[in-house]
Design a binder for this molecule. Sequence first.
Ligand SMILES: Nc1nc2c(ncn2[C@@H]2O[C@H](COP(=O)(O)OP(=O)(O)OP(=O)(O)O)[C@@H](O)[C@H]2O)c(=O)[nH]1
Ligand SMILES: [Mg+2]
Length: 506
Amino acid sequence: MSSVGVAAAHGSVADDVLAAATKLAAEAPDEAMRADAQAIVERLRGPLRVAIAGRVKAGKSTLLNALVGERLAPTDAGECTKLVTAYRRGAGYEVTARMIDGTSRNLAFNRAGGALSIDLGSATEADIDRVDVSWPTSSLETVTLIDTPGLESVHDENSRRTREFLEADAEGPGDADAVVYLMRHAHRSDVAFLDAFMDRSVTAASPVNAVAVLSRADEIGAGRLDAMASAARIAARYSTDPQLVNLCATVVPLAGLIAETGLTLREDEAAALRTLAATDAAVLEQMLMSAEQFCDMSSSQLTVEWRRDLLDRLGLFGVRLAVEEIRAGRATTASELGAVLVDVSGLQALRSLFRDHFAPRARVLQARSALLALRALLRRLPAEASALAAGIDRDLERIEASTTQFARIRALHLLGSGLVSFAAAADTDEVRTILVADAPEDAFAGSRGPSESQDALKSAALTAITKWRTRAADPLADPTTVELCDTVVRCCESFYAGILATSVTT
Ligand SMILES: Nc1nc2c(ncn2[C@@H]2O[C@H](COP(=O)(O)OP(=O)(O)OP(=O)(O)O)[C@@H](O)[C@H]2O)c(=O)[nH]1
Ligand SMILES: [Mg+2]
């Protein structure tokens, strides 16, 4: 798997881009440009920026809270998130709005009853471009999470904000380095939707920087206790969907609400659940048939207000699970019940994806966003700064030529957006495997013989180099296909060099 060597090489690319950005921040002719360049420097020094995107009510804000481990982002059954809001680690508690006119202002906020309630003051949503929440929590140490309004929101204005935020355009790259896309089981058309969305935002998503979540997984099968097992099967099937494999690395099931509540469950809630669990078994069974029956019946000691609260916090599946645990004597306190809920929710698998998929690529993804942003900024430099622009442009060219990392990401986008396709599915699979791979063993896994010897890898690499070089030289191939094939060749060559280097040292 990815070696320390790979990580070190990634770091140096980011350092090189950082040096170019720092130079521009110091030498750009006017103050606004220096500030823009400095913003790129700071982004590159800060954590990876991961946007959480999906349709209205997909459970985005709830998922964000589950990852943070606190109820921060407001969630609601009605359309809720209206502004792009970044949650990042800071020394203190602070909420800032970046206004459409480019200025910033601090916003008042309070946290009565759970989620953050932000007071826009004299401003309206239309005046605000982004909101930035700074919060002192270790869960945001390596990643800044960005909550976005639902795509296809009934208020098109909100949806537009998310698209503008994520999509790359001629002016520069999208503002996120990576994306978590939520899709609900009920919306099988999400795949087509994701496809169309990613197509428009060519730099926003690929198997390198996007993962998908089958969200609200506990609701599958009307909240029966086997819901998560069904969700896992459905997610596994989606993971191999021919459209999805080009758009995201994998699909994991998640019951965000169960995770969020598991991490924040209070003792009074556990006590309410114990009261509920003491209800006669047959009556309880009847109550748990539907949300209406749960709130209507007066057979339990528990007040209707409490029942509504529990439903909000846990859903029918969560209530059923907690009651089951209490009755079996396996978990009764808030911390015991919370642990069970988190365990069942699928949060661990999502966290593992962040650790295993995003973290090792973070510096490259950030360096790439920064490089694109720098290029956009250079285009805005006035004529008298042309020497500075040309110098930095040369630096960026050199950085790009020194690594296959950026070319790989672009090539995956070409593949993912369908701009390049191969007649044979096996070719598409081979190309994707090579482009995504961190090490030769991953790149040539399919062509490896029974022995995992270096010789077998070497010969697989050479075969691939010959094959894709021939394809790149095809006079009938269009320029984007040639570019993609060239990138595959470069990747194979660098893997080949890596194999030779290991055979010498071992
Ligand atoms: N049962 C269940 N309900 C969930 C889950 N995640 C979210 N919900 C509920 O679904 C509703 C919407 O959740 P949000 O997190 O606000 O969804 P969102 O995607 O941020 O919605 P918008 O910001 O309005 O687009 C809320 O009532 C949540 O409690 C889940 O995993 N399971
Ligand atoms: Mg939301």
